[in-house]
Every structure is written in C-alpha cells, then in structure tokens.
Design a binder for this molecule. Structure first.
Ligand SMILES: CC(C)(COP(=O)(O)OP(=O)(O)OC[C@H]1O[C@@H](n2cnc3c(N)ncnc32)[C@H](O)[C@@H]1OP(=O)(O)O)[C@@H](O)C(=O)NCCC(=O)NCCS
Length: 147
C-alpha cells in the first residue's frame, strides 16, 4: 500500500468532496468541501489529497502559525478505508515533512476529547497534550528529536 499526499487539482477535487466518515464521527470534523473552501479563501490552510495506490482515500491540510509551528488539520480517512493504516501513514508523513521545514519548533494538531480514535492515533505517534485548548479541542504537539 502506497500512501501519498498529493496536491489538490482539477482531476481529484471532486473525489475529495465525496469523502465521508461514519455518522458517529461527523461531530468531529467538517465536510471536506468546507475544508476545501477554507483552504481556498481563508488564507491560512493548505489542502492535500491523501491517495492510496493513486486513488483518493482521504484528506488533510496544514498551516503555519505565528510562532512558526506547523499545524495539521482536517484529517479525514474515508469510512470505507479506515483501520487500514492510512491515518497513521498520512499523519506520520505530513508530520515529518512539516517538521523538516527550517525553523519549525514543533508540529501541532487538535481534536475533540471524545474523539478516541484520533487521540489514540496521535498519541501513538508521539504527539503530547500540552494543556492548551483550541475552541472545544485539546491541543497536542510533536517536537522533533534533537540529533
Ligand atoms: C481518525 C482517523 C483519521 C484514523 O484513520 P485510520 O486510517 O482509520 O487509522 P489507522 O488505520 O492508521 O489506525 C491508526 C490507529 O488509530 C487508532 N484508531 C483508528 N481508528 C480507531 C477506532 N475506530 N477506534 C479506536 N482507535 C482507532 C488506533 O490506535 C489505530 O492503531 P491500531 O490499528 O494499531 O489499533 C479516522 O478514524 C477518521 O477519519 N475519523 C473521522 C474523522 C476524524 O475524526 N478525524 C480526526 C480529526 S482530529
């Protein structure tokens, strides 16, 4: 299984808008269509298509904060493709890509406390809850190991 993070293009944006999550998960994320609009007009977030062997399977986006920390947001794996390791692969790849940008102190993300799937994924990847909150969400950060 090859998980890639690809640009959003004229060829894949429609497939991104068709991504959906389980009804019980809908309270945790917005529609990908909303995220795409936020990326297009909000002047903060940058979208990525998550593909598996070339097929769209998920979505994520990233941003740069005032303190230069990088943020991961809008993580969605389509309901039909969950529990296959795609979430772990995409977050690891994006975390490492963002952390490698010069001057990046850490990579941050946030999630609702009740989102146990997301929480266990992020904590397993080394993100640490900092005590910060962002709206109704808990903030966790990953700081690259010093070499
Ligand atoms: C959270 C999400 C992105 C995980 O994606 P995924 O591709 O299913 O995750 P993976 O298969 O890589 O699983 C990685 C780990 O996440 C955790 N996890 C994933 N789904 C889980 C679930 N339904 N219940 C509990 N833990 C879960 C587990 O720790 C899992 O490791 P394991 O398989 O060794 O037990 C996916 O469930 C999703 O899109 N949820 C709806 C949207 C959402 O909540 N996004 C996050 C917003 S902060």
């Amino acid at each position: 299984m090859i998980v890639d993070l690809d640009p959003v293009t004229k060829d894949n944006w429609r497939a991104l808008t068709k991504l959906s999550v389980h009804p019980d998960q809908r309270e945790f994320v917005a529609d990908v269509t909303y995220y795409l609009a936020m990326c297009a007009y909000g002047e903060l977030w940058h979208p990525l298509a998550v593909t598996v062997n070339g097929q769209v399977a998920g979505f994520c986006m990233w941003a740069v904060d005032e303190d230069r920390s990088r943020w991961i947001g809008g993580v969605v794996v389509d309901e039909s493709r969950q529990r296959q390791g795609i979430g772990r692969s995409l977050v690891t790849t994006l975390r490492d890509r963002l952390a490698a940008e010069p001057g990046t102190p850490n990579v941050a993300l946030s999630y609702q406390p009740a989102n146990t799937a997301a929480r266990s994924l992020y904590l397993a990847l080394g993100f640490v809850e900092t005590g910060e909150t962002e709206d109704d969400e808990v903030v966790a950060r990953w700081t690259p190991p010093t070499s």
